[in-house]
Every structure is written in structure tokens, then in C-alpha cells.
Design a protein around this ligand. Sequence first.
Ligand code: SF4
Length: 307
Amino acid sequence: MNSALLRDCRICPRECGINRFSETGFCQAPAELKINLAQLHFGEEPPISGTRGSATVFFSHCNLRCVFCQNYLISREGHGHTISETDLVDLFFALEEQGAHNLNLVTPTHYSPQVQSALELAKSSGLKIPVLWNSSAYEKVETLRRLEGLVDIYLPDYKYAHKIYAGKYSHAADYPIVALAAIKEMYRQVGNLQLNDEALAERGILIRLLVLPHSLAGTKKSLNAIYDEFGTNMALSLMAQYYPAADAYRYPELCRGIEPGEYQEVVELALELGFKRVYVQQLSSDDLWTPKFKSSDSTMTINHCQK
Ligand code: SF4
């Protein structure tokens, strides 16, 4: 592992410039790898979950820290346990043996150097299933370039089209521009989504767009930007699973799920633009899709929006 990258950490666009071995930056992540859950997951898009599940490995902490994050127990509060690179590789093989269709690395950006080493070891030792990089897309192009040849499928979010909301909810006003550049690099590496004979993803990119209440994510603007940049062969997942979590209760406009009309408008625009592969969800305003993360703090309080 290239530990120099952690001694002056500029792995992500935050460019904290701190020594991860002795201090923490915006993401709060230490130098050691830290994960929460590793399990077969059946709630991803059909070509990802298939019938035998996707082997999700959820990394603790996050470099985006959205105020409404549904994975806040691990992303914002950092629950999890440290794990060595070699133990992580053993875990990859154990999950492959359980029959997983793919290895799904969830929010790995802030551990890119460690995960790169683990993937190099795993692939040279015979890991066969495709590797997915499941991220917020708030990533630097140079960091993604180091993953070329190690990642088979990119599963980036495109969270915000408007810098005002990216700044307000994720302290990242540059998100729309940075994420689009990151997705372009992902696309350069792996191209459009390719499915095998069993309709399972084996290579390519699938962009996720989480619809927020009151069109705060700017999903229609995002769809137009994706159309202009990549055309209609880009695979999309339109996500309806927003519900208020974490600090959303501090923002009245975030204190409800999305309404059927808000979601329908987005689906209709994607179809009007002619996108050929669009995955949709049933509307859900609870935590149906959220994994049950392990928390070491049984006294933790959770603030809810008022009903
Ligand atoms: S990975 Fe974390 S410490 Fe490093 S630049 Fe990004 S937010 Fe800062």
C-alpha cells in the first residue's frame, strides 16, 4: 500500500492534507481500513443482485457526509471495526465462495490506497467475480486512475445538479462538476454497462440518481447533463428510496419522503430523452432498503422529523 498517500491525505477532492496515521480529516477515517458489514445483499438493481446476491462490503466513514444519509451509522458516526488488508482479501474470497455474483465495495473512496492493494492481491490470487466500486462520485480523477484494471463495474451516484444544495447538504458546492468529471473517468475505463447471458452485470457503469423531495437533487437537470455527456446508452438507476434520516430533521424541506408525482416526472423525462436502460423502484418512505448496520453504541439517540 502506498502509505505516502495517507501521510499527506489528498485522496479525495477535500484535499485535507493531514497525516491519517495521527489525525483525521473531513471524512474522519483513520489510516487503518475500517468496515462495518460484509454480507450478501439482494436489494441492489437486478443485474447487480441477481439471484445469489451481491457481496457488499460497507466501509466506515465517508468523504461526503450528506446530512440526510441513510447509512449515517457508518458514514457519519463511523461505527465499524478495523481490518487488515490481508484479512480483507480473505473476506473477498469467503464472499465469493458463498456464491456472490460480484464484490460490491460500498463507499470505499477514502480508503482507495488500501483497497487498491487489497484488490491487486485478490486479483493476482485468483478472485474471479467482477469488482464494483459503489461510490458517491465525489472523487478525484487521479485517484480513480489508480484503480484502472482493478474495478470492473462502477456504480456512482450523481447526487446533486445544483451547487447550492450540494453545499448546503454535503458541504461540497463543487460536487456537480467534480462528480461529472469522476464519472467521465469511470466511463473511459469501463464503458457502458454490459450484461452476460444471465443478465448479470460484468463490466461498465450504472449511474444512480436519488430523487429528493421538492426536486432538491435537481434530477431532471442531471438527466439532461448525463444525456449530453454520454448519450442514451448510459444505464441509469432512478432511486425512490429517500426517507429523512440523520440530520435531515434540521431541514424542514427534507422532512418527508418523495411524492409519486415527483418520481414519475423524473421517470418520464428519462424515457422521453430515450435512455435505453433505466432501473426504477417502488416508492418507499421507510428504511426497507437500508441494511441493518452494527452499532457499538446502544445509547445512541436518533432525531426524527416531526410527523
Ligand atoms: S480522504 Fe478524508 S482525509 Fe483524505 S482528503 Fe478526503 S476527506 Fe480529507
